[in-house]
Design a protein around this ligand. Structure first.
Ligand SMILES: [Zn+2]
Length: 419
């Protein structure tokens, strides 16, 4: 933690206002704020309730120069008045299969970028692309394609969900293509991603599972337990081997039983594990979400979308890997067997649900939706909080937690003055 609570929200200081050509100039000219006398290279967000790692500052300031947050601005720097609004860090989604009609598993470069832009318009300024089960060769080639987009800075990494998962808990993954987690195959995918693999979901109770967990950990890839039929004891073993994430806790795993507590108890009780939750009102009952939060605490929860192509797009028929999926009233199901097939969630909706229906404090929601996933992904030096030196990624919400603005690397994706 670099900043005192007042640092990004400190009074303006007169500085040299040096150079700093904006890589991405805010879309709206500063003149329309009516308060501009400065150079235009700075933007000062004022008047809002700023959520910082140390707490919330009413009437705080977030100072942006170029694509970064800085600690001070020259006198007369352009301002944007956000009175009555929340200013929170940009959202970080570590489990996301697509959106805007585009799939991260099969789409072209342009399709993937369309999906990224769709989620960005809903506040997600950092996206990890998740793949679904496919042939090993296909996934290796796909990793090559996605890794280019990671290297370009459009994606924050790759998450392989399958094919090393349990047929008993396959969800919307093609059973014919599932395989045991042979460490050689796991390594093939990790290598194909050329250093951009951030996470792999696997069922560690399968043959080769524990060895694969160790291999992933050795390569700096998060081993996530999910689509698993493991017992409590097997899950404890996998955590001891290095697994640190529960892939969409509760979904695609045995339920909590009083004699067979299964993976849920092991994942919730262990301080080393962060649990993903899909807060769309379909995947989880609000009470289940509440239990997870009370057990794990807000510092060990990550809100994810697990979104598929229909997120931010609409109902219709889609492909999820080789499976046909029907989306009706925003709920995606595999046509063949009725399994829920990912979500159509965007993180602004997850935020609003958490702050209104689930009754979480805003600071806890920010932990679950920005800070925790950023930390897990090893990106805390750049994203996940509103602190000087970090990317100028912020979301503006009104008093009812409806999204009104998105700032990505200093540029307005959604401008709160026109939204
Ligand atoms: Zn998924």
């Amino acid at each position: 933690m670099a900043a005192a609570p007042t640092s990004p929200v400190s009074p303006p200081t007169t500085g040299p206002g040096t150079a700093a050509a904006l890589a991405t100039e805010p879309r709206t000219a500063p003149a329309d704020t009516g308060t501009v006398t400065g150079t235009g290279t700075y933007t000062v967000l004022t008047g809002g309730r700023v959520v910082l790692p140390t707490g919330t500052v009413d009437g705080g300031r977030v100072i942006v120069q170029g694509g970064r947050i800085v600690g001070s601005a020259p006198e007369g720097a352009p301002t944007v008045d956000l009175s009555g609004h929340w200013i929170v860090p940009g959202f970080v989604d570590m489990h996301n299969h697509g959106g805007g009609g585009a799939s991260f598993t099969s789409g072209s470069h342009e399709d993937v970028l369309k999906g990224v832009r769709t989620h960005r318009e809903h506040g997600t300024t950092t996206v990890v692309a998740s793949t679904v089960t496919g042939e090993l060769d296909f996934l290796a080639r796909r990793a090559g394609v996605l890794s280019e987009l990671v290297e370009q800075g459009d994606l924050a990494g790759i998450h392989f969900e399958g094919p090393f998962i349990s047929p008993c808990r396959k969800g919307a993954h093609s059973e014919a293509l599932l395989r045991h987690p042979d460490p050689a195959d796991v390594l093939t995918l990790v290598k194909a991603a050329r250093g951009t693999a951030r996470m792999m979901t696997l069922a560690a109770e399968l043959p080769g599972g524990l060895e694969s967990v160790r291999l992933l950990t050795d390569h700096g890839v998060i081993a996530a337990l999910g689509h698993t039929d493991a017992t409590y004891e097997q899950t404890v073993e996998a955590i001891d081997a290095g697994a640190t994430v529960a892939t969409h806790l509760f979904n695609a795993m045995p339920p909590l039983g009083h004699r067979a507590p299964g993976p849920i108890a092991a994942l919730l009780e262990d301080e080393r594990v962060t649990v993903e939750l899909i807060n769309d009102g379909t995947h989880l009952h609000p009470a289940a979400l509440g239990v997870a939060l009370r057990c794990a605490g807000a510092s060990r929860v990550a809100f994810i979308t697990d979104a598929m192509d229909a997120a931010g797009f609409g109902d219709g028929t889609y492909a999820l890997g080789p499976l046909e999926v029907e989306v009706k009233d925003g709920v995606a199901r595999v046509v063949e067997n009725g399994s829920i097939a990912g979500s159509t969630l965007t993180l602004d909706t997850a935020f609003k649900r958490a702050a209104t229906i689930d009754g979480l404090g805003v600071e806890d929601v920010v932990r679950a939706i920005s800070a925790n996933p950023a930390r897990l992904l090893g990106l805390s030096d750049r994203v996940g909080s509103l602190e000087p030196g970090k990317d100028a990624d912020a979301v503006i919400l009104d008093a009812d937690f409806t999204l009104k603005g998105v700032l990505h690397k200093g540029a307005w994706v959604v401008d709160p003055r026109t939204a």
